[in-house]
Design a protein around this ligand. Structure first.
Ligand SMILES: Nc1ccn([C@@H]2O[C@H](COP(=O)(O)OP(=O)(O)OP(=O)(O)O)[C@@H](O)[C@H]2O)c(=O)n1
Ligand SMILES: C[C@](O)(CO)[C@H](O)COP(=O)(O)O
Length: 245
């Protein structure tokens, strides 16, 4: 970082886990003997530039989160746990309202993405310094089809220009606050934070992330997650199997 900024992270963990269909909120499911949410928070706790973390949970899960995640894993940078709202966007807005007054830069992350790398967090911080607004993502690997009624294909966009958005999504505080306030005023609901900033005309930079930074959404993602945990064995195998450059 060129300058010393006060960097805040918001971890959104107040969803309903409908697509997971689990009895408990998916963020409390264990992967590699640790809750998904603890994996996610840990990366921001470890990052040297992050000053505070605000976790957003369902109201009835705040005490559980405080006890079983924040206290148990000793997260010192988690300053507040606040209640979420109906949509992800409502939850993030509650998180924004709870940030320290000193905040200069905001990193918004899904509690359901346990494998974010510290390198991606730092790439996000650098991206904000250089562009004001950026999100982490990866180029899609499949061909994407736009469909209309009855699943008839409307067109096939050029894959070179299509990236899948991940988190963290990172912004200067003033920009993201303006974007969220405007969205509330316009009753606009987006599916990520970048959209709210784009619609105000700001340039939002896409920064190369990591294919392992998956969002745990459906039960099969848990199987993929377990194999990501075993990546060390995979790297060993990879060296045996694949060509080196
Ligand atoms: N009202 C909401 C909805 C979502 N999220 C969070 O936003 C992230 C991305 O959402 P998603 O994976 O869609 O989670 P859920 O909304 O829980 O999933 P579903 O749509 O299957 O219920 C998750 O970490 C989720 O906890 C949130 O904080 N508040
Ligand atoms: C923010 C996000 O994770 C970027 O991929 C995603 O858009 C969240 O959407 P969801 O509908 O809550 O899964």
């Amino acid at each position: 970082m060129y300058k010393s900024y006060f960097v805040s992270a918001i971890i959104a963990a107040a969803g309903m886990s409908n697509r997971m269909g689990s009895k408990i909120n998916k963020q409390f499911i264990h992967i590699d003997s640790k809750p998904i949410l603890a994996h996610a928070i840990e990366k921001f706790e470890t990052d040297r530039f992050v000053d505070e973390i605000v976790v957003v949970c369902r109201e009835e899960e705040i005490e559980y989160c405080r006890r079983e995640i924040v206290k148990k894993y000793g997260f010192k940078k988690v300053m507040k746990i606040v209640k979420g709202g109906k949509e992800r966007q409502d939850s993030v807005y509650n998180g924004l309202m709870a940030l320290d007054k000193k905040c200069d830069m905001v990193l918004i992350h899904d509690g359901a993405r346990p494998f974010v790398k510290v390198e991606s967090i730092e790439a996000g911080i650098k991206g904000v310094e250089e562009n004001g607004a950026c999100i982490i993502g990866v180029p899609v690997k499949d061909t994407i089809k736009l469909i209309k009624d009855e699943c008839i294909i409307e067109n096939t966009p050029d894959r070179r220009f299509i990236w899948a958005a991940q988190t963290p999504q990172c912004f200067f505080y003033d920009i993201i606050m303006k974007a969220y306030r405007q969205a509330v005023e316009d009753q606009f609901i987006g599916t990520d934070d970048g959209m709210l900033v784009e619609r105000l005309g700001y340039k939002v930079k896409m920064i190369m992330g990591d294919y392992n930074n998956i969002k745990i959404t459906t039960p099969e993602d848990l199987i993929i997650a377990e194999s990501i945990v075993k990546e060390k064995d995979f790297i060993y195998m990879k060296n045996l199997i694949f060509r080196t450059r």
